[in-house]
Design a protein around this ligand. Structure first.
Ligand SMILES: [Zn+2]
Length: 312
């Protein structure tokens, strides 16, 4: 599955024919999004700019209520993952079409059927065909100005998703085609400082892993995320060690990416055994790992991540 319409490349967001009376949903401040909207040349639209990071279901319901009966033609999610996720959930609730325009690149969320929404202050990863965008616009125009930290975390996530997706047992020649091409582009973009290629690489990664799955690297990473490490940062070591364990064809090149982006060694507060107990029930990732993973394997991987610098 992928969005019905995909526009990508320079000027894609400028050339897209936006329908009238769209509701733009974004997160940032007016000085930033007004520039974006000017560039897009969009007219006759409504705007909701109060989406916060880790958006809650209450925000989705508030927007639905606020714009009910206003004849909204479509939603336009413009921004990072939060705006896109809110848009996806809203679209599912109301059936109104959605256009997704990422301004940070890495998750590939604009291509996938996944959304992360918080219920009772708990983040939940949801999957539904109804979350798929009706149109996705991937334009590197939004890239410059992204802080280095956000850029490298996103780039690392995209590379991890592409390579884990390639190895996933749910993969097939069609998804692998996207994962392989995504990784090659991301590798070139990162190693040769051609950051303008990151959005396209992340987009292809989204199609590839979104139709297969991520695997051991992602499974290992969530215990670090739970202790506050950003997703992409956690993957730098976790996916490197997972690729080594799996003897992935991507081990060497993924490690080079993590080194090039200057990630440092991870720490874990909780005991490894306890962390392994958190990881083992994550069947959605572990069942599709190319080789079976025992609790002992998980502890060994965690030990390598925190006690032997895998990126050295
Ligand atoms: Zn990820």
């Amino acid at each position: 599955m992928m969005p019905k319409k995909i526009m990508f490349g320079e000027n894609a967001a400028k050339e897209f024919p936006y329908p009238k009376n769209a509701l733009v949903i974004t997160t940032t401040t007016p000085d930033i999004y007004n520039k974006w909207l000017d560039y897009m040349g969009i007219k006759n639209y409504e705007l909701y700019d109060k989406v916060t990071p880790d958006p809650a279901i209450e925000t989705v319901e508030e927007i639905k209520k606020q714009y009910e009966g206003k004849n909204i033609s479509c939603y336009i999610g413009l921004g990072g993952g939060s705006s896109l996720d809110v848009c996806k959930y809203l679209g599912k609730m109301t059936g109104i079409p959605k256009i997704l325009i990422p301004t940070t690149f890495g998750t590939g969320a604009e291509m996938t059927t996944y959304a992360v929404i918080s219920f009772d202050h708990k983040k939940k990863l949801l999957q539904d065909e109804a979350f798929l965008a009706d149109a996705s616009i991937v334009d590197p125009y939004f890239l410059p100005g992204t802080p280095f930290n956000i850029m490298r975390n996103s780039a690392c996530d995209a590379a991890a998703q592409a390579s884990e997706g390639y190895d996933s047992k749910l993969g097939n020649p069609f998804t692998q085609l996207f994962c392989k091409e995504a990784f090659d582009i991301l590798y070139d973009a990162i190693m040769n400082d051609k950051h303008i290629l990151l959005p396209y690489g992340a987009m292809l990664s989204g199609i590839g892993f979104g139709n297969s799955s991520t695997t051991l690297g992602h499974a290992l990473s969530y215990v670090f995320s739970n202790e506050g490490v950003p997703h992409g940062y956690a993957l730098s070591s976790c996916t490197t060690v997972a690729h080594k364990f799996n003897q992935s064809p991507y081990y060497k090149r993924f490690k080079e990416i993590a080194q090039k982006l200057k990630f440092e060694q991870l720490k874990l507060k909780q005991p490894l055994d306890q962390a392994a107990d958190v990881i083992m029930p994550d069947r959605g990732h572990l069942d599709y790992n190319p080789i079976p993973v025992s609790k002992e394997d998980v502890i060994k991987c965690l030990d390598e991540i925190v006690n032997a610098n895998p990126l050295a």
